[in-house]
Design a protein around this ligand. Structure first.
Ligand SMILES: NC(=O)c1ccc[n+]([C@@H]2O[C@H](COP(=O)([O-])OP(=O)(O)OC[C@H]3O[C@@H](n4cnc5c(N)ncnc54)[C@H](OP(=O)(O)O)[C@@H]3O)[C@@H](O)[C@H]2O)c1
Length: 342
């Protein structure tokens, strides 16, 4: 690629959202592309990955990662191609998965998980952000390590048709559980039962959640895998069995709340049922990622796990693509295609 006259188009954070994140919180601008140093490489972004946690990075508060600062390029996972490299392990043309943010080009030293991992040539590149990326791995560790499902358990998953929930539910099926998914809309619920092998799905937009859960879980719930929080968690807790495990994976229904969300009013169920409610962050399992990816790849190859990707196009659509996660428009892992590889 000829670097002459190249400019970098990018989205920076302009102001912190109050309530629902929107395009107005970001500014689209151009910058120069600097020369790389002896230990750096220049990459061109091909895809951005979208994660609900990006909404949390916009708040000026303590979290597992520092907030994105005003004027900084919006942080995101990426799939990129190496344009030029002074790092021996990376050569021009390599396709890497990293965290280079909402911009067309980035310079990196290629070190560490957030920087650059070569994508194996025998998988579709986008799967490195979906089933073999953070969401697939979150499902794997959250369900198996925190949820500890046993054969015959009843497992209830919220956000079930999403990138994380759909994989968590299919792993629970592989472990011999009865799996009920909760998702918004007929299309998503049908996919859960017809393709993803869930035993049942509840469309929370039309059904009475409490009534449906009681009907579908006559023997109670052993594992709750919660991606949504709020009313869903309140209701699910009233149905948990003795020694149940409640996996706090996320609480997307609360991420755009303007005031702090109260905890579940039904939490006394945890006391009565001697149950465990536990949060986790997938990054804590970094050293175990390779073995989990191996197992996920086998399951996909054997046709035991299906996954969906929702690929939008155009860097100018990055903020609106993030919003899709909070309106349920995404069906599968939300990605945005920025460029073709050279
Ligand atoms: N702990 C960790 O390390 C970790 C890592 C990755 C992700 N997560 C969490 O996992 C969850 C899923 O993330 P993902 O990346 O896989 O996204 P996703 O599920 O693919 O997409 C988000 C989905 O959330 C649902 N949703 C949005 N607003 C909602 C609301 N108010 N009430 C109910 N459902 C709502 C929508 O599905 P419907 O159409 O069904 O409403 C939407 O499609 C999030 O809570 C995220 O924070 C945690």
């Amino acid at each position: 690629m000829n670097k002459k006259n190249l400019r970098n188009r990018r989205w920076v954070l302009e102001n912190r959202p109050r309530g629902m994140v929107s395009k107005d919180n970001f500014k689209f601008e151009e910058s120069d592309i600097e020369d790389i140093k002896d230990d750096e490489m220049l990459v061109k972004n091909l895809y951005f990955g979208f994660d609900p946690t990006q909404r949390g990075w916009l708040n000026d508060m303590k979290s597992y990662m520092p907030p994105v600062q005003i004027g900084e390029v919006m942080r995101s996972s990426t799939i990129s191609q190496v344009v030029e490299s002074n790092i021996p392990d990376f050569k021009q043309g390599d396709i890497v998965q990293g965290s280079f943010g909402w911009q067309e080009f980035a310079i990196t030293n290629g070190k560490g998980f957030m920087n650059a991992n070569k994508i194996p040539e025998d998988i579709p590149v986008t799967s490195s952000l979906s089933v073999y990326g953070v969401t697939g791995l979150t499902a794997y560790f959250g369900l198996l390590d925190v949820g500890k499902p046993k054969e015959g358990d009843t497992v209830v998953i919220s956000g079930a048709a999403g990138a994380t929930g759909s994989v968590a539910g299919q792993i629970a099926k592989l472990k011999g559980c009865r799996v009920i998914g909760i998702a918004g809309g007929v299309k998503k619920c049908r996919w859960l039962t017809e393709t993803a092998n869930f035993d049942a799905a509840i469309d929370y937009k039309t059904a009475d959640l409490n009534e449906s859960l009681r009907e579908l879980c006559p023997n109670g719930i052993d594992v709750v895998f919660d991606n949504v929080g709020g009313e869903f968690l309140n209701t699910a807790l009233t149905l948990i069995n003795m020694n149940a495990r409640v996996v706090l994976c996320g609480a997307i229904s609360t991420y755009n709340d303007e005031t702090p969300t109260p905890g579940p009013s039904t939490y006394m169920s945890l006391v009565i049922m001697r149950a465990r409610m536990e949060g986790f962050i997938v990054l804590d399992y970094l050293d175990k990622f390779p073995e989990a990816i191996r197992e996920l790849r086998n399951w996909v190859k054997e046709g035991k796990i299906s996954y969906l990707e929702d690929i939008q196009e155009g860097i100018e659509n990055a903020p609106e693509t993030l919003v899709r996660l909070f309106t349920g428009q995404n069906f599968g892992k939300q990605l945005l295609k920025i460029a073709e590889p050279d």
